[in-house]
Design a protein around this ligand. Structure first.
Ligand SMILES: *Cc1c(COP(=O)(O)O)cnc(C)c1O
Length: 231
């Protein structure tokens, strides 16, 4: 199967999952996660009208954005972002989906305001407690969102979460449900630059469960681009 056929299969999975729970596939943004994969594969997926692409390494993303030079692609940075890389991400990406500190938000705003560029961000929340580094503690959310309200160039558009890597669908569902609950509990902080409309959750193995639990953005790598040799 080539990447285009795989993309169609993923789109069909999204359609089916939406239909099963009475949602419309138009509510779901598919982010094609192209990390470790060559530009030629990205271009093939792009030709099939895919717009959103995600990468988790700053240098790799920077190189790909320069080499591909397609102004219409909407680039998402989805990895662990070091402060010294924020400047480069802000110059080109449209979304940073993995902000988990007030300090990072502050740096994004500083860099974005200097060049007058608007950036969408998601706050990554740790919903799995298997890996302490994968997102902010749910208790920190209020502080981060309150800070986000006053920003001018940085727009907080929702939350992102990664479920435990497991075949236990009940556990995965419980974690996605927690992310949605956290979003709902913080809706009163909408205002200024905060509008919690998105829930980025669901990947190759769990996108159906994520859609059932309210995901509006799925980040899919393997099912589109094939297995990776490393992450
Ligand atoms: C790699 C990655 C994905 C995609 O994972 P697949 O299982 O290959 O679909 C999604 N989100 C993040 C943050 C990732 O790093």
């Amino acid at each position: 199967m080539d990447v285009k056929e795989r993309l169609e299969k993923v789109e069909a999975r999204i359609e089916k999952a939406c239909r099963a729970c009475g949602r419309s596939a138009e509510e779901i943004t598919l982010v094609a996660v192209s990390k470790t994969k060559p530009n030629e594969d990205i271009l093939k997926v792009r030709e099939a009208s895919q717009l959103h692409f995600g990468e988790n390494r700053a240098k790799e993303l920077q190189d790909k954005m320069e080499q591909i030079e397609d102004e219409d692609i909407i680039w998402h940075f989805i990895g662990n972002l070091q402060t010294n890389k924020i400047k480069y991400m802000v110059e080109r990406v449209n979304w940073i989906d993995s902000i988990h500190k007030k300090k990072a938000l502050k740096e994004v705003e500083k860099r974005a305001s200097r060049i007058g560029r608007h950036i969408n961000v998601l706050i990554q929340v740790n919903i799995s407690d298997e890996d302490q580094k994968s997102g902010c503690d749910p208790e920190k959310l209020e502080k981060i969102l309150t800070y986000g309200q006053d920003l001018k160039f940085t727009h907080v558009r929702g939350l992102m979460g990664m479920a435990t890597f497991t075949d236990d669908k009940d556990l995965v569902r419980k974690e996605f449900r927690l992310l949605k609950k956290l979003r709902d509990e913080h809706l009163h902080l909408n205002g200024g630059s905060v509008e919690l409309e998105h829930l980025s959750m669901g990947m190759t193995n769990d996108l159906e469960v994520a859609i059932e639990e309210g995901s509006t953005m799925v980040r899919v790598g393997t099912a589109i681009f094939g297995e990776r040799n490393y992450n």
